[in-house]
Design a protein around this ligand. Structure first.
Ligand code: TEU
Length: 567
């Protein structure tokens, strides 16, 4: 029977993936054109970021019509062709459902503005203070107050993101029925999975001012969120095992995730949480420059692995998405150890317990683009925060230095298909600049190179299919306090997997707490790696070691290597 736990999801950012009509924007036909590549890579699901009608103020997360495709991305026929062609290659399509808010250009909001009380109740309106202050001190995630004033109404509406993204009122049963119908609509068109955007913010608690923060504690994992998710699932995809659902959980807690993603809680299949991607923040503040905290990274990854596992709940595991900087620039090395570090980072994620998500370009080690002027940025969050940093008195150069590290545009540059000027993404003018290193870092040059990052990712994906221990094994950290090694063990029905990674450039000698006699090396990023209990780990070394239940600890054995472990 189909089991989503053997699957790998590939995230396509349609705007930057492949442009089939030379307008500088990627489109659905472009995704269809690349399906053979994705099938070759071995992925099972494609998650596509929103391509619905939208003013594109937040790159499609501001939806004006949930049922219509923005003509810039194509037509319904293009979508159906994509589903059909993907299906032939055993790839299923997951859509992004942005249900916390709509664009203010959505017909519902426009009717609300025009005074229709039915639609007014689709959104969240409050009176402000007598002195013209907003209803409370909550902050928008993109900077500034989370409330916008509408003079004709004399009221404020809530927008946790941009002021053109008005929060929906989930307390209203009509809103929930509308959104349920949207899910059903896309199921009928061929979607086989959904990613629900910031879905743990849909149930607002009390609208108090926050003495200690920006208000998130009043609306994060709110009072009715589990009930709402349960209701949504029961009235749509239910228990159909082919549907995969993932909730994007902003600032969530593990206790809530046991329920969101519990095997038998009837909510979602899995969750994205982001705590491991705040290890280069100061608290919740991302617009700062600090080195990442390796110990904290391990503590968070490991506690989520063991916590979710012991509660029979499932993780989505990932480094990259359209909101995150490129991982090789962030936790790896863009220089001499570029390939080794990119492979090591891929290995860390793909051997964890959970569903790996890989973001377009990660499989070839794409880097941050290194933009140097505001005119190169497109993201509303980056542009707002540049001004906020400047208003705080930061020098322009320092503000740019922060954007270069943290901007969401770092991941949104065009997919690098080949070494041509526009990276093979478009023959027109790309909507956002191409990273100059596309002449060196591209799919074409890695396809035939057996040592490439791309081949390493392909091998990682295949490991999950071939070895049950990768998909179903439990999780135990190994030597969790070591200052430079990230290692863990997975076990399933007597099979054992040991994954060892040197997270730094400095070579290290490491003694594995597990006796490695009888292990074989399934995959490594250095030639000649052999399992020895005391390992010499060169820069960013990564080894996937395996012993099958059948192999006695004293006899070398186990399954033959899947991909001649480059050693
Ligand atoms: O992101 C939610 C979210 O809170 C972040 O990851 C956000 O990018 C971060 O807080 C900024 O620092 C989701 C989408 O992934 C993102 O692209 C949208 O902009 C956002 O929701 C609003 O729909």
């Amino acid at each position: 029977m189909f089991d989503f736990r053997k699957s790998v999801v590939y995230q396509v950012y349609p705007k930057s993936f492949c442009d089939s009509d030379a307008d500088g924007l990627g489109d659905l036909a472009g995704v269809t054109a690349k399906l053979d590549y994705l099938a070759w890579l071995g992925v099972d699901y494609l998650w596509l970021n929103p391509f619905f009608v939208s003013p594109q103020r937040d790159n499609g997360y501001d939806i004006a019509d949930y049922r219509a495709i923005d003509p810039r991305f194509g037509t319904m026929a293009d979508f159906q062709a994509l589903c059909r062609e993907a299906g032939k290659r055993n790839i299923r399509i997951m859509l992004d459902m942005v249900f916390n808010h709509t664009s203010t250009a959505h017909e519902w909001f426009q009717k609300a503005l025009a005074g229709d009380p039915v639609y007014e109740d689709y959104y969240i309106w409050r009176e402000g203070g007598p002195d013209g202050t907003p209803p409370n001190n909550w902050q928008s995630k993109f900077g500034g107050s989370a409330w916008a004033y509408v003079p004709e109404k004399g009221k404020w509406y809530l927008h946790l993101f941009d002021r053109t993204q008005a929060d929906l009122n989930w307390e209203n049963p009509r809103v929930r029925a509308e959104l349920r119908d949207v899910v059903r609509f896309w199921m009928d068109q061929g979607a086989k999975g959904f990613r629900f955007d910031v879905v743990n913010l849909i149930s607002k608690g009390s609208y108090e001012s926050d003495g200690q923060g920006d208000g998130r504690r009043f609306y994060t994992d709110g009072p009715r969120v589990h009930e709402f998710l349960h209701e949504l699932r029961q009235s749509t995809f239910g228990d159909d095992p082919e549907f995969v659902t993932v909730g994007e959980m902003s600032s969530t807690t593990m206790e809530h995730c046991y329920r969101y993603a519990g095997a038998d809680t009837g909510e979602l299949n899995m969750v994205f949480s982001f705590h491991h991607l705040k290890v280069d923040f100061v608290g919740n503040e991302k617009w700062v420059l600090v080195p990442f905290d390796f110990q904290q990274l391990k503590d968070i990854l490991f506690s989520w692995q063991t916590g979710m596992s012991s509660h029979n709940a499932w993780n989505a595991v990932f480094w990259c998405n359209h909101d995150q900087p490129r991982v090789v620039s962030r936790f790896g090395d863009e220089g001499e150890s570029w390939a080794q570090s990119a492979k090591m980072l891929g290995t860390v994620i793909h051997c964890l317990r959970g569903t790996p998500y890989l973001y377009q370009g990660e499989e070839i080690g794409m880097t941050n683009p290194g933009f140097t002027s505001l005119g190169q940025y497109r993201d509303v969050e980056s542009i707002n925060h540049f001004h906020i940093l400047r208003d705080r008195g930061l020098h322009e150069d320092s503000a740019y230095a922060i954007l270069r590290v943290h901007s969401r545009d770092n991941s949104r540059t065009p997919m690098q298909w080949d070494a041509t000027g526009k990276a093979g993404f478009t023959t027109g003018t790309p909507w956002i600049g191409v990273t100059p290193n596309c002449d060196r870092i591209n799919v074409a040059s890695q396809l035939d190179d057996p040592d490439s990052i791309l081949r390493h990712y392909k091998a990682l994906i295949a490991l999950r299919k071939r070895y049950d221990v990768v998909a179903y094994g439990d999780f135990q950290p190994l030597d969790p306090r070591h200052p430079s090694v990230l290692a863990y063990q997975r076990q399933h029905q007597g099979d054992t997997l040991v994954v060892v990674n040197n997270f730094y450039r400095k070579p290290v000698q490491w003694t594995c707490p597990v006796d490695l006699t009888g292990f074989t090396c399934l995959l490594s990023n250095y030639p000649g790696s052999t399992p020895q209990t005391t390992l010499q780990l060169p820069p960013y070394a990564s080894l996937v070691l395996y012993r099958s239940a059948g192999a006695s600890p004293r006899t070398p054995g186990g399954a033959p290597p899947l991909h001649p472990a480059r050693g």
